[in-house]
Design a protein around this ligand. Structure first.
Ligand code: SAM
Length: 191
């Protein structure tokens, strides 16, 4: 299901804090996927990164590019893509990826192919509101999917209601290991 995006101006405090602690190298590409209206693309460009802002919705990509300060526009590119499919990036070409308020099974495992060994992934699910808990992962399912190519620097699950469904919100800071065998095992297989 396509997860729509209300315009949000302010970046997630969790992502802000994670990026401060990571001190990711500025020469590699940062990926904001999906970028929505660009709140994390702006954060990444303000922190000195070259950023690829990717979304399935061309209007979101356009709004993101337009929202970046004119002095920073040389360091940002927009890509329209479907995050459920193969991604148009070179292997090991991404230094840091940010995935916020978007949950699709297998995306984090697939991103390991594009994030360089030692590079990072900052991930945060949306909070549970109304019926959207149905799109959240079940407890431990994501942790299982991430192993062994992602090392967990931080990984927190919080249960949401109804408890019987065992769904959780997740906040994670992950580092790509150099485990090539694990990478091959973890290639996404549809359920
Ligand atoms: C809730 S917004 C989150 C945007 C951004 N990460 C943020 O935190 O502000 C979800 C975004 O996912 C995009 N999206 C939905 N399905 C997608 C897909 N299959 N591939 C890429 N982007 C998708 C939507 O267009 C929307 O911009």
């Amino acid at each position: 299901m396509k997860q729509r995006c209300p315009p949000k101006a302010v970046p997630s405090p969790f992502v802000e804090e994670a990026l401060q602690h990571l001190q990711a190298p500025k020469d590699g590409m940062a990926l904001d996927i999906p970028c929505g209206y660009g709140r994390h693309t702006r954060l990444l460009t303000e922190r000195g990164h070259h950023v690829t802002a990717a979304d399935i919705d061309a209007r979101c990509v356009r709004a993101t590019l337009d929202s970046v300060d004119i002095t920073q526009r040389g360091r940002i590119q927009g890509v329209i893509l479907d995050a459920t499919r193969n991604l148009p990036f070179k292997p090991n070409s991404i230094a840091v990826a940010v995935v916020v308020d978007y949950v699709h099974r297998g995306l984090l495992a697939r991103l390991a192919e594009y994030v360089c060994p030692g590079g990072h992934l900052v991930f945060q699910t949306f909070g549970a509101r109304g019926e959207n808990w149905r799109e959240l992962p079940k407890t431990t399912a994501l942790a299982h999917e991430l192993s062994p190519v992602w090392r967990k620097i931080r990984y927190n699950e919080s249960p949401v209601r109804p408890e019987s469904e065992r769904r959780v919100t997740v906040k994670a800071v992950l580092q790509r290991t150099a485990d090539v065998a694990g990478l091959q095992q973890n290639v996404y297989a549809p359920p």
